[in-house]
Write a protein that binds this ligand. Structure first.
Ligand code: CP3
Length: 347
């Protein structure tokens, strides 16, 4: 690998400067993305390997980022289970047959991701060729809880009441659903590593809506199982959630190499809780990219100072980059993180 500082940071090895990539780095803030988006529906883009590969490469061509992430979404793997998914304008994802009863859960199929999401595996192969070992490629999956929350709520949710109702009132049904999703997620992640992904990120975007005790009882055991199974791939594993500041002491139990944190916590304090055995990814508020450059720079400085050139920091946003983010700010941030963090004792 020509530039392996991202993978080195995942393993907490010394680096020449702090690696940076941005969650959702391919997307609507980029004019190149919007140009393709005009011609295709979102799911069509995900399901056409050549298009998904081209979109994956857009931020790689525009910025000196240290990792690519395959263009896909967390929800299409649910379709193979029998879930009807569409993306509606302005609404985001809609699941037309939400999973609420034991019958619904039992009827869910256990697909082989090598067949049901073959398009993403094929896109990974294309991107790997295109990248030609320039930078690593990240594969990803939603975590069992975050996928369950979409399947149960039928889309995005404010209070996740159907999800929590199922969890509290029918714990054995909950366990059955989470078992099925755990198998899906680990099969899918293993298949991505086999297809060429150099690292894997598990998005548990909404796990922060839970009380720590509920997270520990109803969610953590399943993520642990995913990570244990995916270990066999030998690639670094990143676990990411939003709003999980109150659960940081639990997160090392997930067993991932890297933990992604949002901006509700100071990076050095988060690292205290996570312990020295974990690499840390994050934690700039995505909205900061709308501020004047001097403000962005001072927030980046603060994060870099708190990381203090400790091996194992990957600079990123605390959540996905937002639509309408000024492209030139992304460009400057990537350059700035590299130059401001350059180590004297170059690796
Ligand atoms: O990081 C990357 O560049 C890879 C691409 C990626 C997308 N979605 C593309 C996308 C990744 C890693 C995701 C993950 C994802 N998808 C998550 C977890 C991460 C997070 O942000 O919390 C979640 C919860 C989803 C589900 C999802 N997909 C929602 C809620 C939406 C609608 C909101 C929105 O931004 O429109 C999507 C659509 C989506 N996924 C888009 C992109 C580029 C926008 C689609 C469009 O062009 O209209």
């Amino acid at each position: 690998m020509k530039n392996d500082r991202f993978l080195r940071a995942c393993r907490r090895e010394p680096v020449d400067c702090t690696p940076i990539w941005l969650m959702r780095q391919a997307g609507r803030y980029m004019p190149e993305y919007r140009a393709i988006r005009k011609q295709y529906g979102f799911l069509d883009m995900v399901k056409t390997p050549e298009v998904a590969a081209e979109i994956t490469m857009q931020p790689v061509q525009a910025f000196e980022i240290d990792a690519a992430i395959i263009f896909a979404d967390i929800l299409p793997p649910l379709e193979g289970m029998g879930i009807h998914l569409t993306f509606e304008k302005g609404e985001g994802p809609v699941i037309h047959n939400p999973i609420r009863t034991l019958d619904d859960i039992e009827a869910l199929r256990q697909p082989n991701p090598r067949e049901s999401v073959a398009f993403t595996l094929r896109a990974i192969g294309l991107v790997k060729q295109e990248l030609d070992q320039r930078i690593p490629l990240i594969g990803f999956s939603g975590a069992p809880f975050t996928l369950a929350s979409y399947a149960i709520e039928g889309g995005s949710s404010r209070d996740f009441r159907h999800t929590k109702k199922l969890m509290y009132n029918h714990p054995t049904n909950w366990a059955l659903l989470m078992d099925k999703l755990t198998t899906l997620v680990s099969d899918y992640l293993l298949a991505q590593a086999e297809a060429g992904a150099d690292a894997l990120q598990i998005f548990d975007s909404w796990a922060g809506v839970l009380a720590p005790g509920d997270y520990q009882t109803y969610v953590l055991p399943y993520v642990q199982r995913c990570v244990e199974r995916v270990r066999a791939s030998g690639v670094p594993i990143i676990y990411f959630g939003v709003g999980m500041s109150g659960m940081l002491p639990l997160l090392p139990q997930v067993g991932s190499d890297v933990i992604g944190i949002d901006w509700h916590v100071l990076l050095d304090q988060a690292w205290e809780h996570l312990g020295p055995e974990r690499a840390v990814q994050g934690n700039l508020d995505p909205v900061v990219l709308f501020a004047p450059w001097e403000e962005i720079q001072s927030r980046a400085d603060d994060i870099l100072q708190r990381a203090n050139n400790r091996p194992g920091h990957i600079f990123n946003l605390g959540h996905g980059i937002l639509t309408e983010t000024p492209v030139e700010h992304v460009q400057r941030l990537v350059e700035y993180v590299h130059s401001a963090s350059a180590r004297n004792e170059s690796a």
